[in-house]
Write a protein of this length. Structure first.
Length: 151
């Protein structure tokens, strides 16, 4: 789904509300098309079609000629609320990673696990050379959001 990310809004609660409105619109569109239709198509066609399309996009250097359709991928993956184990060792955190591709060199993936969420940042160094600064700003931004929301 495509959604606006209104980084120009200073108030953290209003920013979340704007994102929520954008996502609500995207979800309504998905529902009109049919969520299962999109999921079925993605399951069958996406891997082969996406791979070919990305090779075509890169080979023709389309990104050098046109503004990219998207420049950031954000995913929220619900994880298990119960503990996971591997060979008797308890998993303490999940570190999610998502794809980056031509002209969309930043992926932020969030996954929940037990009573917390873990963030994964992956970026193309030439597009986002200071990823550590972005990732390091998350705790303060979450604290600001919690404070502004009264939580």
């Amino acid at each position: 789904m495509f959604a606006a990310l209104p980084v120009e809004i200073d108030d953290p609660v209003e920013c979340v509300r704007a994102i929520s409105r954008s996502m609500t619109g995207a979800k309504h569109l998905r529902d009109e098309i049919g969520g299962s239709t999109l999921e079925d198509w993605a399951e069958v066609a996406a891997p082969a079609l996406f791979s070919r399309a990305m090779r075509f996009y890169t080979r023709l250097r389309i990104g050098e000629r046109l503004r990219p359709v998207i420049n950031l991928v954000v995913s929220n993956v619900p994880g298990p609320p119960w503990p996971l184990f591997l060979a008797g060792a308890r998993l303490v955190a999940l570190h999610p990673l998502g794809p980056i591709f031509d002209d969309c060199g930043l992926n932020i993936t969030v996954i929940s696990y037990l009573d917390h969420v873990d963030f994964g940042f992956l970026a193309a160094r030439e597009l986002i050379p200071d990823l550590d600064v972005l990732a390091g700003s998350v705790p303060a931004a979450l604290a600001d959001l919690m404070k502004a929301s009264g939580a």
